[in-house]
Write a protein that binds this ligand. Structure first.
Ligand code: IPE
Ligand code: IPE
Ligand code: MG
Length: 251
């Protein structure tokens, strides 16, 4: 077996060209975190929300421009109704409590996912939060809520057809522009917490060439130090985009 050299060069943190512009996180493990502390799942979700505050701050400190978080998947409707209601309620509370501060900190909130299916009151709140922060430029926070990668592609194809785009004009760029992430660059780094090694329908198109990073830490425990470790590993990776090492050295 060829040994994989694991460079732990921390210097990459101060090299902007080595840092991701766009990070996406599958915030997983709230339930197991709660169980391991003898607490109800709801408490895990609450702690997860608290952690998001901290990670947002850390992302700004590390110079990340775009953060996409997976908060509720199209598959999460399959959870017990009480938990689904709780997850909806949590988003509502986060908007109510945090919007002012997020705005003051220059965070631009965007929603990615299907509005249909979300209660009208919450839909209005999400829309309000997006409108309220739309001119902010410090950090773009994409909240993937009622989001599914396959659903997103179906949504894009429907719109392409509705717009009467001829077949020969359908390109990769066109499809990208019809996704919920539209004008944004693809994620450079996708992090999944809680040790699971799957994509769970998250950014399946945009993640085609993203670097993946998995950690066993449950989401409520994924702190600034954990993020730093992910960034150091990312910064030391080689993104080849199909090319050879020799080609990259010549660039
Ligand atoms: C992630 O934590 C939050 C959501 C999916 C909404 P989980 O609730 O999936 O936690 P585990 O995977 O059961 O530990
Ligand atoms: C993915 O986590 C969705 C979110 C983090 C919102 P899940 O916990 O729902 O994923 P699976 O079901 O284990 O794949
Ligand atoms: Mg989970």
């Amino acid at each position: 077996m060829i040994p994989v050299a694991k460079t732990e060069n921390n210097d990459v943190l101060s090299l902007p060209e080595r840092m991701p512009r766009h990070i996406a996180i599958i915030m997983d493990g709230n339930g197991r975190w709660a169980k391991s502390h003898g607490l109800p799942r709801t408490e895990g979700h609450r702690q997860g929300t608290e952690n998001l505050r901290r990670i947002l701050k850390s992302c700004v400190e590390f110079g990340v421009e775009i953060l996409t978080i997976y908060a509720f998947s199209t598959e999460n409707w399959n959870r017990p109704p009480l938990e689904v209601r709780m997850l909806m309620r949590i988003l509502e509370m986060v908007i109510d409590r945090e919007l002012k501060e997020l705005n003051e900190n220059g965070v631009q909130i965007r929603h990615i996912g299907e509005m249909q299916g979300i209660a009208p009151v919450l839909q209005k709140k999400i829309q309000y939060a997006c409108d309220y922060t739309k001119n902010n430029t410090r950090l773009i926070l994409n909240v993937a809520f009622n989001y599914g990668g396959r659903d997103e592609i179906v949504h894009a194809v429907r719109h392409i057809i509705q717009d009467g785009i001829p077949a020969d004009q359908v390109t990769e760029e066109l499809i990208s522009s019809y996704l919920y992430t539209g004008d944004l660059p693809d994620p450079d780094l996708i992090i999944r917490t809680s040790g699971e090694l799957r994509v769970s329908n998250f950014l399946i198109w945009q993640g085609a060439y993203s670097e993946y990073y998995a950690t066993s830490a449950y989401w409520p425990d994924f702190d600034k130090e954990e993020l730093r470790k992910a960034l150091v590993e990312y910064g030391n990776r080689k993104r080849r985009f199909g090319k050879t090492d020799e080609q990259l050295e010549d660039e």
